[in-house]
Design a protein around this ligand. Structure first.
Ligand code: OGA
Ligand code: FE2
Length: 430
């Protein structure tokens, strides 16, 4: 049903329409042209348990099984061979050794094992957010502190909750009293005076980033091609995305449930396209259309990936934290999640972090894509994350792609082997 041959996927979308990167700069975007030129392919899930054959590489097909529809989630066994997994782990170790010296003082976005997790009282959070210390939280203060692409402590859900609370206030600012009301939803009833902040960054693991472009190890390069084919995306979209992230969890390592992508507000801009627009005052967020996560080893015990609300009938933020149970706290509630995937070397998961906007482009963050890593009980766990970045603003995405591809063309004219824009400049590590 879908066999993608490498040559066609790079230039033509499934329906034969030109792809975003091919659009001329002065294109007039009438409605149907817009639809044709800016459509993001999305795999059909059909139903849970449905298996489809996919062609990711020459002379081999893979099976892709639908694990859930909300989020749209697939499992692909044997996406990498065991040998390829070993290579990625070894490359990461090599890179990791050099990196740990240079990043030792760079702010510690990742918690070291044994370090306590961030626990702040609501009043402390208020005071931290209140930059000018006037006792009121303005929208700008909240947003500028929420930077969810790095060591942030405000998850998109926290942020949304607070902004919604703020919008309900006529004064356009929150007092400490107001803030307590909107923020306390995230508290455990048992812990009235302290709040464990939810979100991306309650994790215990180590990580590194791996460049995958020309000149990189063939396994990394091939991994990226397989992601392109699997997701049936135009290859520039994948090429101009952030580099592969490799994560190592030691025994006891985990990551709390989070969304890989962030909701857009008027004050935010996607980190990956910031070069394409004059957006310097806006808060950068990660805009990740989909995640392909590959298990690089089989974990002896524990370390499952949990999707606590997968295929729930409804999603309610408040229902996640109830009766002393916090479904985002993977160390406490992993076994209660709706769906758990056991790490098996070489298996990939693909899920969409965003819904469609109904017009063929990327829409809102899919709340159901909430996921986390259960604690590793025995042994260690290695995974690789390949994120495909898309800007919800299709014009900005198109501008960005034109910019980086021009850059590449210019560079490849000057040098025999070139590197695309340095990704260390483009992206901060998670
Ligand atoms: C992540 C993540 C889950 C896992 O790194 O963003 O969600 O199972 N990991 O390791
Ligand atoms: Fe994640």
């Amino acid at each position: 049903m879908f066999s993608v041959d490498g040559s066609s996927i790079e230039t033509v979308a499934e329906d034969g329409s030109p792809l975003p990167h091919a659009a001329p700069p002065d294109q007039v975007l009438e409605m149907n042209k817009y639809r044709q030129s800016y459509s993001l392919p999305r795999i059909e899930g059909i139903r849970v348990g449905h298996v489809q054959r996919v062609s990711l590489m020459p002379e081999k097909t893979h099976e892709m099984k639908t694990l859930s529809l909300k989020p749209l989630l697939f499992e692909i066994p044997g996406f990498l061979s065991e040998e390829e997994c070993r290579v990625v782990v070894q490359l990461a170790q090599l890179k990791g050794l050099t990196e740990s010296q240079t990043t030792a003082s760079s702010g510690g976005e990742q918690q070291e094992p044994g370090q306590p997790l961030l626990v702040l009282t609501t009043d402390e959070v208020f005071s931290l957010l209140d930059l000018d210390q006037d006792g009121l939280l303005q929208k700008q203060e909240i947003v500028s502190h929420s930077r969810s692409q790095d060591g942030t402590w405000l998850s998109p859900d926290n942020l949304r909750q607070i902004l919604t609370g703020l919008e309900a206030q006529q004064a356009g600012a929150l007092t400490l009293e107001d803030f307590r009301l909107v923020f306390d939803i995230f508290k455990h009833p048992a812990k009235q005076r302290s709040s464990t902040l939810q979100g991306h960054f309650q994790r215990r693991s180590k990580h590194t980033r791996m460049y995958q472009g020309p000149g990189s190890h063939h396994v990394l390069h091939s991994l990226r091609n397989r992601v392109t084919r699997l997701a049936r995306l135009p290859s520039p979209l994948v090429e101009f995305s952030e580099p592969l992230q490799v994560i190592r969890y030691e025994q006891g390592g985990f990551s709390n449930a989070h969304h890989d992508s962030s909701p857009a507000h008027s004050e935010t801009t996607c980190a990956h396209t910031r070069l394409a627009g004059n957006t310097s005052t806006l808060t950068e967020i990660k805009c990740r259309y989909l995640t392909v996560m590959v298990y690089l080893n089989s974990v002896v015990e524990g370390g499952e990936t949990t999707f606590p609300v997968a295929d729930n009938r409804t999603y309610e933020q408040e229902a996640l934290v109830q009766d002393g149970t916090d479904l985002t706290d993977t160390r406490a509630t992993c076994e209660r999640g709706n769906l758990r995937v056991k790490p098996t070397a070489g298996t990939a998961l693909l899920w969409y972090n965003h819904l469609s906007d109904g017009r063929g482009w990327m829409g809102e963050v899919d709340e159901y894509s909430l996921h986390g890593g259960c604690p590793v009980m025995l042994g260690e766990k290695w995974v690789a994350n390949s994120w495909v970045n898309v800007d919800p603003d299709h014009q900005r995405q198109a501008r960005y792609q034109r910019l980086v591809s021009n850059e590449q063309t210019a560079k490849s004219g000057r040098e025999e082997s070139y590197h695309p824009l340095s990704h260390s400049e483009l992206h901060q590590d998670l």
